[in-house]
Each structure stands twice: as C-alpha cells, then as structure tokens.
Design a protein around this ligand. Structure first.
Ligand SMILES: CC(=O)SCCNC(=O)CCNC(=O)[C@H](O)C(C)(C)COP(=O)(O)OP(=O)(O)OC[C@H]1O[C@@H](n2cnc3c(N)ncnc32)[C@H](O)[C@@H]1OP(=O)(O)O
Ligand SMILES: O=CC(=O)O
Ligand SMILES: [Mg+2]
Length: 524
C-alpha cells in the first residue's frame, strides 16, 4: 500500500496502520466488483446509445410485487424533516450541526472538491464533530465556533463509485474514493457514535442499479463483521439521482433492506443522468436548465414514485435541494428566493416526503415552517400514496420548453466558473445567487454538449446551435469572466484551465461520464 498524498495536517491521525489495514481489506474484497459494475454501466450506455430506453426489469418483478419491508430504522432518524448539507469544511460543519436542522449530511461528494487535503481534513473534522470536540477560530472576526448542546444527527455522503482516490495505491492500483471515505469514517467513529446512542449513517450517491446497492450491502456486512459491530448497525440513504435507478427503487431497497434508511430524490444529478444516459437519443432534448423544474411531469413522476416505493417498504422518502440561497443586502430578492424555497418544500411535504434538504442555515427555518405546518407527525410513512400510478413512459416524458441565447450563455458561464472553483479546491459556490455544485455544473456542460450536436435543438429565435456558435459564445464568456473577476483572479483562480476543460468536454464527441474524472487529473 502506497500513500502518494503528502503528509498534510491530520494524515497521521487518520491514516493509522490499523485504519490502513481496514482500507486494504475493503479494497481487496470489493474493488474488483466495483470495477465490474462500472463496466456494466458502460455496457448499458451502449444499449442506450443504440436507442434502448430504460425500463423496469423483468427478472426482479417478484421483488417489486413482494411483500417485504426494510429493517427498523433507529430512533434518531425517525424525524428527518429538515437536513442541511454542506462540504466537510471545519467551520461549516459546526454551523451545520448548530443550524437547528434535524440532520446534517457532511458531503465528500457533490459539494466537495476531492483534493487530498480536503479528504484528510474532512475526516479529521468529522471525527472531532462526532466527539463534540470540534472548534474553529476565525482570525478575520476573532470568533470561535463550538458545538451547541443540541446538534443535528450526522450523516456522511461518500464519493460515488466512479471516483478513484489516486493518493492511495494498493498493488499500484488506486483505491475507490467511496471506500476510502466510507472506511475511514466507519473505522474511526463507529464505536464513538454507538456510545452516543447514534450510529454510522451514510448517504450513497449516484447509484445506477440494484447490483450496486448489493455491493454496498456486502461492504457493510463485511465492515461490520470486521469491526465487531452488529449487522444492520450501518444505515444508508440511497440517492435516486440517476435515470436507471428510478426503475430499480424497490430492488435497491430490497438489496439494502437490513441497512436502508430511505431514498432521496437527488434532483440535480437526476437531470444530469437523464441527459447523459440518453445523450444520443434525438427525441430527448431538454429545455434550458432554468425551465427543468420539479413541476415538469417527468420529475413529478419520479418523486411521487419514490415516495410510494419508500412508504410501501417503511423507508423514508427524502426530498431534494432547491437551488436558491439567501441574498444578503437585497431584501426583495431575498424574499423571492425564500418564497421559492418555501414553495418547493410545501410541495414536497404535501406530496408525502418525510423530509428535505437545505443548502444554507438561513433556509432551515423556511423548510421547517413548511414541514411543521403540513407534517404534524415525525414522518409520513403512513401515507402509502396508493393513488400514484407511474409508468415507464411517465418517467421518460421529455418536458416542453425552450432554449434562449441567455440560457446557452449561462450554461457556459456558470459551468466554467464552477469548474474554476472546483479546481481551486472549493466544491460548492454561490453563482448568481444560486447554489452550484458538481451536479448542477454537470447539467450545464451536458446541455451544451447535446445542443450543439442535435439539429432538433434550436434557439428560440430559430438559430441552430452549432459548434461555431459555441466557440464564439465561449470566447465571449471567457472574456466576460475575465472582466468580472479581474485579470489577477482569472490567472490565479484556474479560469483558463477551467475553460479548457469545459471546451474539451463539450467538443469531445465521446460524452465524458463525469466532468470530475478528467477534472481530478488536473487537481493534483
Ligand atoms: C446537488 C446537491 O448535491 S445539493 C448538496 C450538496 N451541496 C451543498 O451541500 C451546498 C451547501 N451550501 C454551501 O456550500 C453554501 O451555502 C454556498 C456555497 C451555497 C453559499 O455559501 P456562502 O455564500 O459562503 O454562504 P454565506 O456567505 O451566506 O454564509 C453565511 C454563513 O452561513 C454558513 N453556511 C453557509 N452554508 C452553509 C452550510 N451548507 N452548512 C453550514 N454552514 C453554512 C457560512 O459558513 C457562514 O457562516 P459564518 O456567518 O459563521 O461565517
Ligand atoms: O445530490 C443531489 C443532487 O441533486 O444531485
Ligand atoms: Mg447529486
């Protein structure tokens, strides 16, 4: 085992010989299966490229129709009405745990750029958070941050199965980022969590099939056995944020039934996955990003099916993230942003979701108000939503809408800006008063890729969206960014590299699976 990352602060505390041995075992047992499952994704993509549409599986019909439920879910996860999410930054962890939300998802994924120091410091930070010793002193305002007496329940989201951790090589092969994040959090904290009457709770991102859920279940069983903790102690909430997963929700819960705490509607990656998996299909052109809302029929179909599926199995159906964040110094715009968040949360609670996500502490009261008003019980498992009837074609219904030049420009502008921030080690940023993270940036770059290739995609004024138009607008937007941030920040802030990556992703005829894969090569 070779640690190629430098000995950043906290490395010795986290990468102890015992922890490394545990990581080694996880890799040894499961990396081959992980790689085979990633290969399955590639094969399935070839079928989608040939025109196949996702559909419910024939050979798992008995599971969808069977009468089973997930194992009981622990007391401290029964009421998850508002969960705050955020990167594994020290101050933000403290602020999130103190925010008044019921739970906090510490995110090694969409909201975090996977630099080695972010990954190691993140582990140190959550370890201190579990033990309630976490503190942060901010020099700029002289403020010391500490945890309140009462804090949110901690959940950890690992990286997706597709990302390697290049700083840990085992037999010259990088280990999976997902197993690195999972293994270290579990190894260092399982006992401390159980001693505090909580448990090792995870969010699992970007899963595409029940076989991937089965892999995680086997990882959990193995890890619990190795650490001597009872089977079923780990609880995981799987994100339904890929289009193939929407067709396997029952099966995924079934595979993980001893460890499942629910499903979450990860709307941003879901839209990205819809674009990605069906990128060759000419009848699947989405309107510009701002028009693909939760009210689009295909998004309604997916969230309602998720609620129905979860409640049938006694698992929680979590809502997703509204992109609006507080807008300081502009009360009117702030009020409008809060109104949109409240509306989103009201729809979720009325539909039957058991809780939701917010991106900012300022939004906790907004979401709480809606859930408190419309959900007097800790959750809505009793609402079985037997009235919901969702078919495969409902899940695949392409929404109506248009593409404006502004929307086209915005995708380029926001995409490049986000990638620059990510290359600087910051995975969640406010742009134009909206939260941007890896999932939203993926939508931006995918839309541009698709529009310049499909003659069916036209600007609302009738112009074709050609490669030449992209090149012109791209150059203009790079100049606009230079003006916006200034020459120095443009140079030091990785804007040029971000632009190069965006253009590379767009102009490459092969649709890149994730922007973070080539991006990771540039992070070192
Ligand atoms: C698609 C998905 O996967 S969604 C889930 C993943 N995405 C996320 O988790 C995004 C989380 N949100 C964030 O990272 C941030 O809120 C951003 C980047 C969107 C906005 O950040 P900023 O503009 O810096 O926020 P702002 O300046 O208003 O912050 C005010 C205070 O709130 C804190 N804060 C903001 N967001 C969070 C958060 N999510 N968790 C904890 N604290 C937060 C800041 O640390 C700051 O604290 P301070 O006053 O003590 O200094
Ligand atoms: O992870 C959440 C999403 O919306 O993507
Ligand atoms: Mg996501």
């Amino acid at each position: 085992m070779n640690i190629a990352g430098n000995m950043t602060a906290g490395t010795e505390e986290i990468l102890t010989p015992e922890a490394l041995e545990f990581l080694y075992c996880l890799h040894d047992q499961f990396n081959g299966r992980r790689k085979a499952l990633l290969e399955n994704r590639r094969h399935r993509q070839l079928r989608f490229d040939a025109g196949e549409k996702p559909d419910f599986l024939d050979d798992t019909k008995h599971i969808r129709e069977g009468d089973w439920t997930v194992a009981p879910i622990p007391a401290d996860l029964q009421d998850r009405r508002v969960e705050i999410t955020g990167p594994v930054d020290r101050k933000m962890i403290i602020n999130a745990l103190n925010s008044g939300a019921k739970a906090f998802m510490a995110d090694f994924e969409d909201a975090t750029s996977p630099t080695w120091s972010n990954m190691i410091e993140g582990q140190v930070n959550i370890k201190d958070a579990v033990r309630k010793t976490i503190e942060f002193h901010q020099l700029s305002n002289g403020k010391t941050y500490r945890l309140n007496e009462e804090t949110a329940v901690l959940l950890v989201r690992t990286r997706g199965l597709h990302l390697d951790e290049n700083h840990v090589l085992i037999d010259k092969e990088p280990m999976a980022g997902a197993f690195f994040d999972f293994g270290l959090y579990l190894f260092h904290n399982a006992a401390a969590l159980l001693a505090r009457n909580t448990g090792p709770y995870f969010y699992l991102p970007k899963l595409e099939s029940h076989l991937e859920a089965r892999l995680w279940n086997d990882v959990f069983v193995f890890a619990q056995q190795k650490l001597g903790i009872p089977n079923g102690t780990i609880k995981a909430t799987m994100l339904i944020e890929t289009i193939p997963a929407a067709f396997e929700m029952d099966e995924m819960l079934y595979e993980l039934r001893d460890h499942a705490a629910g499903l979450n509607c990860g709307r941003w990656d879901y839209i990205f996955s819809f674009l990605k998996r069906l990128h060759k299909q000419h009848d699947v052109i989405l309107p510009e990003r701002g028009q693909v809302t939760m009210l689009a029929p295909f998004m309604r179909a997916y969230t309602q099916l998720c609620i129905q599926t979860c409640h049938k199995r006694n698992a929680f159906a979590m809502g997703g993230m509204a992109a609006q964040i507080p807008i300081r110094h502009n009360p009117e715009a702030n009020e409008e942003a809060f109104r949109k968040v409240a509306e989103d949360k009201r729809r979720e609670t009325l539909d039957g979701h058991d809780g939701t996500w917010v991106a900012h502490p300022g939004l906790v009261p907004v979401a709480l108000a809606e859930f408190d008003k419309h959900m007097p019980t800790p959750n809505q498992l009793h609402r079985k939503r037997e009235d919901v009837h969702v078919t495969a074609s409902d899940l695949l219904e392409v929404p109506e809408g248009s593409i404006t030049e502004e929307g086209f420009r915005m995708n380029i502008h926001v995409g490049v800006q986000y990638i620059a921030s990510w290359l600087n080690g910051n995975g969640a940023v406010p742009i134009n008063h909206l939260m941007e993270d890896a999932a939203t940036a993926e939508i931006s770059r995918s839309q541009v890729w698709q529009w310049i290739r499909h003659p069916e995609a036209k600007l609302i004024d009738g112009r074709e969206i050609t490669i030449d138009l992209f090149k012109t607008v791209f150059n203009e937007e790079m100049e606009n960014l230079k003006t916006l941030v200034g020459e120095k920040e443009y140079r030091l802030g990785h804007y040029k590299e971000a632009g190069e990556l965006f253009a590379e992703l767009t102009l490459n005829d092969e649709f890149e699976e994730f922007l973070t894969i080539p991006g990771y090569g540039k992070l070192q």
